[in-house]
Design a protein around this ligand. Structure first.
Ligand SMILES: [Mg+2]
Length: 250
């Protein structure tokens, strides 16, 4: 029976140097647009990845955009799920058009809410003198989600943005949206954008191609939990948000 691993990328297969558990024998895994190194793998991560890709097909399942995904230097050979599930690439690297059409409709409907929230965050930043800015992430002509990063990489500052602006909005007119905050990353997504929906779509496709299959899900964040729960098995790296919430908490 064929086995497939849906794997989150950042903080799961590799991470920035600040987050590397060891600093020896690191190898570059992803790059910034200026060509400088963004993220590294540890020897243990490479050993695990080699072990897993020998026995199953790895399908990246990431919030990265198409451009950021192309700057990942790990060889993947099958489908890829990008933009929190907004874009699916086929094994030949082309965009899956049926999925793109569906997501374009859903995301266009969700855009006014994202713009409204971005304006609120912008006002709050101006009022409080906060240096972070909301950015609308679009790809291939479709808007997907809002992201805020703290300019000084202080995660607690994003907690304030979440508590004072985002959560009150979601409790009111923003109920069709959700927030994910992990490290220096605060993302607000329409509920119609979820890695789990894209994983379900690709899984269905794989079942048509291969018959019965076994699926594994691997990720570090709260935003990975739903798609991992839908897989037959879930793999959670240690010292991650999801490990804290799901395993260490018990
Ligand atoms: Mg991650």
């Amino acid at each position: 029976m064929k086995k497939f691993l849906f794997a989150d990328l950042d903080d799961t297969l590799f991470q920035t140097i600040e987050k590397c558990a060891v600093r020896e024998a690191l190898e570059p895994a992803a790059y910034y647009s200026d060509g400088s190194i963004c993220s590294f793998t540890t020897p243990a991560q490479r050993a695990v990845f080699d072990f897993m890709s020998a026995g199953m097909t790895v399908i990246p399942t990431t919030a990265r955009s198409l451009d950021a995904y192309r700057r990942v230097d790990i060889g993947f050979t099958s489908y890829a799920i990008l933009n929190f599930g907004g874009v699916i690439l086929q094994p030949d690297g082309s965009i899956e058009r049926d999925w793109q059409g569906r997501m374009h409709g859903l995301m266009t409907a969700a855009l006014p809410g994202l713009q409204e929230l971005a304006a609120r965050i912008g006002d709050w930043c101006a009022r409080t003198g906060y240096g972070g800015r909301p950015r609308l992430v679009e790809d291939e002509g479709t808007p997907f989600f809002i992201v805020v990063k703290d300019p000084d990489k202080v995660a607690l500052n994003l907690e304030r943005v979440e508590r004072e602006v985002v959560l009150p909005w979601i409790a009111g007119e923003g109920r069709d949206y959700c927030v994910h905050r992990n490290g220096n990353n605060l993302a607000v997504l329409p509920r119609s954008l979820d890695k789990a929906d894209a994983v379900a779509y690709v899984t269905e496709r794989l079942r048509r191609e291969h018959g019965e299959i076994v699926t594994f899900g691997m990720g570090d964040s709260r935003s990975d939990a739903r798609f991992m729960a839908d897989c037959d098995y879930a793999i959670v790296p240690r010292r991650t948000q999801l490990a804290k919430l799901a395993l260490e908490a018990l």
